[in-house]
Design a protein around this ligand. Sequence first.
Ligand code: A3P
Length: 320
Amino acid sequence: RYLQEKELSQEDKDFIFSLPTEKGWVADGLHKYHGFWLSTKQMHGVLACQKHFQAVDSDIVLVTTVKSGTTWLKALMFALVKRAHYLDPQRHPLLTENPHVLVPCLEFDVYTDKQVLPDLSSLSRPRLISTHLPYVCLPDSVKHSGCKVVYAWRDPKDVFVSLWHFSNKLRPVGSGTMSLDEAFDKFCRGVNTSGPFWDHVLGFWKESLKRPESAFFIKYEEMKEEPALHLRRLAEFLGCPFSPEEETHGVVDGILRLCSFDNLSNLVVNKSGKLPAGIENSAFFRKGEVGDWMNNLTPEMVKKLDSITQEKLHGSGLKF
Ligand code: A3P
C-alpha cells in the first residue's frame, strides 16, 4: 500500500506545535489552524495531504462534520457506487469489512503520521474518499478538480451527545471520563475535532452555492426520515441512477437493508473488529437515532446550543 518513505519535516512538526493548542477530548491535543481545531494526528495528515494528494475529476469525496453519520454514508456510498462489482449479496465486502476501511479518511487513514506516502494509483475508480477537514484546509486539487463532494451534517445537539459518548469510549485507560459540562463548554467554543461545527457547515455551504452541480448536502435527520428518496437522489448526483430493472428488483431497499444500523452493528466485524488505528469498530455504532439529545442535555444546554445555531446560520439559507 505504501510507496516511498516520507518523513514529516521538523519544520512541519515545529509548525504544528507553534499553533494555539488546547487539551483535546481523547488523548491528542487540538491545534487551531485556519480558524478550526484539528487534532495532532489530523494535523500531520492535513499537512501531508495538502502537499501530496492529487484529486482527479472522477473522485467522490464524502465530507462530514464528526458524528454526523459518516459510517452510514460510507456504507451507502460504497454499496451504491460499487454495486456492479458485488452482485452476490452474500459476499458483499460490507459484511466483512468496516465501512471506514472501505472508504478511507484522507487525513486519518490515507495520509497518516506514519511517515510514508500512500500509493493511491491502485484504488478502483471512482475513488471513494472521506474527510472531516473544513473547506479552507482541503488540498487545492480537491477544490479545483471536478470531483464530487457529498456533505453530511446533523443536528449539533445530537452531534455533541454522540461525540461526548464516543470520546469517552476512546479515552486511554486511566485518564477517566470527560464530564458533560466540560465537553459542552468546549463544543460551544468550537474546540472539538474540525470544530467549530457551525463554521464547518457554513464553509462548505457557501462554496456549494458557487458550484451547486458538484456538491450534495444531506442531513442525518433527512436520511433517517426518507432514506429511499435520498439514496435515489444521491445515485442521480453521483451519476449512477437506478435503472428500471434495478427498481423492479428492489436494489434500493437491498442497499438500505445492507447498510442499516441493525444490520451493520450486528455483524461480527463490527462487534469485535478493530480499525488499523486501533479504534474498536463497535464504537461507531451507538443508538443511531434522531433526538437522543433529549435524554442527555439540560434545558439550559438545549437553549444555548439552539441559540448558537440560530445565530450562526442566520441568513445563510441553512436551517435546523
Ligand atoms: P449516535 O451516537 O447518536 O448513536 P459517525 O459515523 O459520523 O462517527 O457518526 C456516528 C453516529 O452515526 C452514531 O450516532 C452512530 O450510532 C450512528 N450510525 C452509525 N451507523 C449507522 C447506520 N448504519 N445508520 C444510522 N446511524 C448510524
